[in-house]
Design a binder for this molecule. Sequence first.
Ligand code: PLP
Length: 376
Amino acid sequence: MTLRPETLAAQALHAIDAETGAIVPPIQMATTFARDGAYRLAGPGYARDENPTFVHAERVLAALEGGPPNGALSFASGMAAATAVFRAACAPGDHAIVPRVGYFALRAWAQKWGARWGVAVEAVDTTDVAAVRAALRPATRLVWIETPANPLWDVTDLAAVAELARGAGATLAVDSTCATPVHTRPIAHGADVVMHSATKYLGGHSDLLGGMLVAARTDTELWARIAEARHDEGAVLGPLESFLLLRGMRTLFARVERQSRTAQSLAARLAERGVRVRYPGLASHPQHAVAARQMERGFGGMLSIEIGGDAARALAAIGRMRVWVPATSLGGVESLVEHRFTVEGPGTPAPPDLLRLSVGLEHEDDLFEDLVQAIA
Ligand code: PLP
């Protein structure tokens, strides 16, 4: 019987503790594991090698992303997961492509790291397939994309870029944090590695920091290097975070489908009032056709609006909000508003009047009315 992703997620792969029958897995806090009389290990030896609680979370996400059962690795943060891919894929003299629009801290890190280690890191508009083709070089080892991408919600054609990367012998890695496996499974579109900041939708409650990678195949040199680096460098996910992540993923589909429905409706209602809205689910979005092809069940819980005027006007609008919480991050049950222009500083692609909205689980009308009064 092939179970559907909602079932796999809700039951955390039908988790039943073998010793007690508990339907909630125990949190394994042990950092070290005893050997038997012959000095053999039955399972893990040390918590930096492996911990049953994070292995369980990894297996759930691997199933949701359509990777092999042992094809996920958890990390202490999304950045720890993402940077592990760059460091494993690229050596001095290599070339990597990063998106012109995407999580700014990762782009900034990649450019600093590349400059220090002699890796040419090039920012490209990955929504433009011809631009990606033109940027590929014999030395390109990694194509990194994010879709939909912070904070403008650009959508990249995964299948088209996967074909180009494959042809060039480069790894395609996809930051799928905002799509989640509810809306997109990049491996099915040809990606080699999927990355999540588990801090966002996978955890879902703004109470854990974590990162995840899922590989399309585990028998590659790249994946072996990533696994070795996590073990040696030790940026593993803690047991409490693993437990919270497992619990969060059980409600992933219910949360994300509802957040996406609310986001779609807010986007339409705001656009109807003449507000400039960036949301992949609107026909006015420049890559709506690509999004409709590669996203399922909706277009995600993130949107941005441009309210006109300068940064001070945008900040004043945020100051008037009573429901939306002014805070960074995204993907939790509470709706957040952020002024990326202030947060990212010089070089940001975010216009000064842009408000980034992470839609939570509140009543849609409360969210709508609060926005309307704040931006009036
Ligand atoms: N990728 C995206 C799209 C993000 O929004 C973030 C965090 O904001 C990250 C990666 C980094 O994840 P973390 O904060 O868990 O290190």
